[in-house]
Design a protein around this ligand. Structure first.
Ligand code: GLA
Length: 381
């Protein structure tokens, strides 16, 4: 699929006079499941995203065509107009969330496609929300700032898609900058751009192409565990607002009060906070060995304490270790999707070859391989 085909399809369905917008998926170097715990994340936007041709109509309804799903959907802009199609709910949710904030949304026609792999942990859904939030803000001259656009996407997930996600994905999709990662403090929303060009290394994603069912309810349960642990700690330490503010000593004080499972989840989150800070320092020194070591640490925590990995992801992580890859871990929410790997250039080919062969032997198909290119965030084309 390319932009010309998108434009041709729009013209054939709705005529001329459209604008084209895009917003990308993301990677995250480290800092997983920390965003909704008021911790740090370290994402960057990628060169894969959602592309939408849009034009305001005067029908007071949305007419949307998804090229990838080969689907067409029409819906009004009131709460009771919620469409049945899952893909259309993201667009509907964005419209509703903008309206809930006191702005007027007009009907529009749109045709869109994406090249962010679905369910791979690269945030195709945030890319979709951000594309439409950014486009409507621009086309209707609403002047909503990008932080609020990110929250509009996040609330869409919460209120229309059933995932109580944090803010990382929408933030990264909107604020992304070519060649830079962003370290975001999710408690204060302060962030910094970090140039990211690890000389002599490559960053590559290996996609297991598995997506486990019920991932969103499992995700929401992780969040509840964290909130429970945090509430118990805060009862003793009122200065603790988010779980990421807590220390292991504080967690140990409430050990007997909370379920063992919640303890494990919180132990992971508290450990992850330190790993992100270590990675930031290490990056400034150009010390990629430490960066990689912490990535393995995150994988271990996500697999054994947070329990959001799976057999396929653990398998890829083991292969990375055996191949001498500097750092490797499950990326994003987990429950399938991909690993992110920091690998020395000279080891790249043999790593990819071995990973494909061994994974195929074990699971009957090869993982997909995506070289990471850090790119710009939401924009009009
Ligand atoms: C998903 C969510 C994010 C974040 C990650 C895990 O991508 O959408 O908010 O919680 O999982 O880090």
């Amino acid at each position: 699929m390319d932009l010309q085909t998108l434009k041709d399809k729009f013209t054939a369905k709705f005529g001329q006079g459209y604008s084209v917008y895009t917003s990308p998926g993301r990677i995250n170097l480290i800092g997983e499941h920390t965003d909704y715990n008021g911790g740090f994340v370290f994402p960057g936007a990628i060169d894969k995203g959602i592309y939408a041709a849009i034009k305001i109509n005067d029908l007071n309804k949305v007419r949307a065509h998804s090229i990838d799903y080969d689907g067409y959907c029409e819906f009004g802009l009131n709460e009771e107009d919620k469409p049945n199609e899952a893909w259309a709910r993201y667009i509907f949710g964005v419209c509703r969330e903008i309206q809930k904030r006191g702005y007027q949304v007009k009907g529009f026609d749109t045709v869109f496609f994406g090249n962010v792999p679905l369910g791979a942990g690269m945030s195709s859904s945030a890319a979709l929300e951000s594309t439409f939030a950014f486009a409507l803000n621009d086309l209707l001259g609403l002047k909503i700032d990008k932080f609020e656009l990110a929250r509009i996407g996040q609330s869409t997930e919460h209120n229309y898609c059933g995932v109580k996600c944090g803010i990382m994905d929408q933030f990264a999709s909107l604020f992304g900058k070519k060649g830079h990662l962003m370290r975001l403090n999710c408690a204060t929303m302060e962030f910094e751009y970090f140039p990211f060009n690890p000389q002599g290394y490559k960053v590559v994603l290996l996609d297991t192409v598995v997506k486990h069912e019920l991932a969103s309810s499992a995700y929401n349960r992780r969040r509840e565990s964290c909130e429970n642990a945090c509430a118990h700690i805060a009862a003793k330490h009122p200065e603790v607002k988010y779980l990421s503010d807590a220390t292991m000593a504080m967690l140990n004080e409430v050990d007997v009060e909370i379920p063992a499972e919640d303890y494990m989840r919180a132990e992971y989150v508290i450990g992850e906070k330190q790993r992100v800070l270590d990675v930031c320092e290490a990056l400034e020194r150009g010390d990629y060995e430490t960066v990689g070591d912490r990535m393995y640490g995150t994988h271990y925590g996500m697999s054994k304490l947070y329990e959001v990995s799976c057999e396929e992801l653990d398998f890829l992580n083991d292969i990375a270790k055996q191949c001498g890859v500097t750092g490797s871990r499950v990326m994003g929410g987990g429950f399938g999707g991909c690993t992110i790997n920091l690998v020395k250039e000279e080891l790249y080919d043999s790593f990819i070859k071995t990973a494909k062969e061994k994974f195929n032997e074990r699971f009957g198909h090869e993982p997909k391989v995506y070289d990471v290119v850090i790119s710009d965030g939401a924009r009009k084309l």
